[in-house]
Design a protein around this ligand. Structure first.
Ligand SMILES: [Zn+2]
Length: 391
């Protein structure tokens, strides 16, 4: 297939066409169909593949393969027959907006800072462009404004095939050394670039360019951005999310961050108050115990491991238990039981936990003075086993 048969180059706005099926073989990813000419763009130059219909077959992907453009179809098509092709135009136009938007951004960055686009990747939720130089946030904001001004200017985008002589005199961006006929795409005043993708006819069709993020990448920067319809959908989702958050925090949109900061500060103060009251509760509990040279077991709902460790240790060091054991109801993998902490200065708790884990379907361990883990057994079974072991 030569250039003349690649309709997407001659007429990038062709959405439907008729073509003759020249080949159809079954491959790993469906039926691989070739046509005498096509409007389906095969993935390349950072632009994603087209999809759509060929007759009643669905085209999921289009790729260059062995010098042909192959359409990956879910059904076989008869070689020699004429089929009607319909592009998934929403998908293609998303690609045209993103690809053209990338030209505007790369062209502006090249013009202003001399940096080259060294990586371009399109995905459904963002376009990623890498540059071989650094930018700061202020420069990025300025670029976004200028890129959108280039869109509002609504200038025509031109495609030309200059002669070797004309090409030698022309300054243009190019991703790699090209041989043969070079296709030069010009966004007037913004970008001149050798490119094989599909572009919009006028810059206004890009709709808008919105930068999402910028990060350091391989000595330069990686910019994530959205164009056109996808930028609008992204803004709609974010707006909806903001609306919900504004309701939750009873705040106006631009006051949301302050409202969340206030909420976090108040929440931290509550955490501190809860910790203080919990400490007071355990202090009172400890005081109520008389000195005791035996086993003390405490069962509490919602006992945190850190609290159990602290309380067990306090019981032992204050001489109110020889062996202290704290338990809190716990569940794991659908089994219910108790998480535990056990502490002693008189008995080897590591040995004790080994024996008890075996007996009470448990797991866990620690050092000779303190162990923690879980028993998947009933409270009565736990009480009986510990009473027996530490009698
Ligand atoms: Zn291009």
């Amino acid at each position: 297939m030569d250039d003349k048969n690649e309709l997407f180059y001659q007429q990038p706005y062709v959405k439907e066409f008729d073509a003759v099926v020249t080949g159809c073989v079954q491959g790993k990813n469906g039926w691989e169909v070739t046509l005498d000419h096509t409007a389906f763009y095969p993935e390349g130059g950072g632009q994603l593949a087209d999809g759509g219909k060929l007759g009643d077959a669905t085209v999921s992907d289009t790729r260059h393969k062995d010098g042909h453009i192959v359409h990956f179809c879910d059904k076989p098509l008869e070689v020699g027959s004429t089929v009607h092709g319909i592009l998934d135009w929403t998908r293609r136009f998303d690609h045209m907006q993103a690809h053209s938007g990338e030209h505007i951004v790369s062209g502006l960055i090249h013009k202003k800072y001399g940096y080259d686009n060294v990586g371009f990747h399109m995905a459904a939720d963002r376009v990623t462009v890498d540059f071989d130089g650094l930018l700061n946030e202020e420069q990025l904001a300025e670029l976004e404004r200028e890129a959108n001004e280039a869109i509002w200017a609504n200038t025509p985008v031109s495609v030309a095939f200059p002669s070797a002589e004309e090409l030698a005199a022309l300054e243009y961006r190019s991703k790699k050394e090209l041989s043969g006929e070079v296709r030069i795409v010009t966004f007037p005043g913004v970008d001149v670039c050798a490119c094989c993708g599909t572009h919009v006819m006028r810059t206004g069709e890009v709709g808008q360019i919105k930068f999402l993020s910028m990060s350091h990448y391989k000595g330069g920067v990686r910019i994530e951005m959205l164009c056109g319809r996808l930028a609008m959908e992204d803004a709609a989702k974010k707006n909806e999310q903001q609306r919900e958050l504004c309701q939750m925090f009873s705040a106006k949109p631009y006051e949301l961050v302050d409202a969340v900061k206030k909420y976090v500060t108040e929440s931290e103060a509550k955490d501190a108050r809860v910790a203080e009251l919990t400490q007071r509760y355990f202090d009172g509990k400890l005081e109520a115990h008389a000195a005791f040279d035996g086993l003390v077991m405490e069962f509490e709902d919602g006992f945190k491991t850190s609290e159990m460790r602290k309380y067990c240790d306090a019981l032992v060091t204050s001489g109110k238990a020889r062996v202290a054991a704290c338990f809190s109801p716990a569940e794991a993998n659908g089994k219910s039981g108790f998480s535990y902490v056990m502490c002693s200065r008189a008995c080897d708790m590591r040995e004790a936990s080994k024996a008890l884990n075996k007996q009470l379907n448990g797991r866990g361990g620690g050092d000779p003075t303190l162990v923690q883990g879980s028993f998947f057994a009933l409270r009565a079974e736990i009480e009986a086993a510990l009473t027996e072991l530490f009698k």
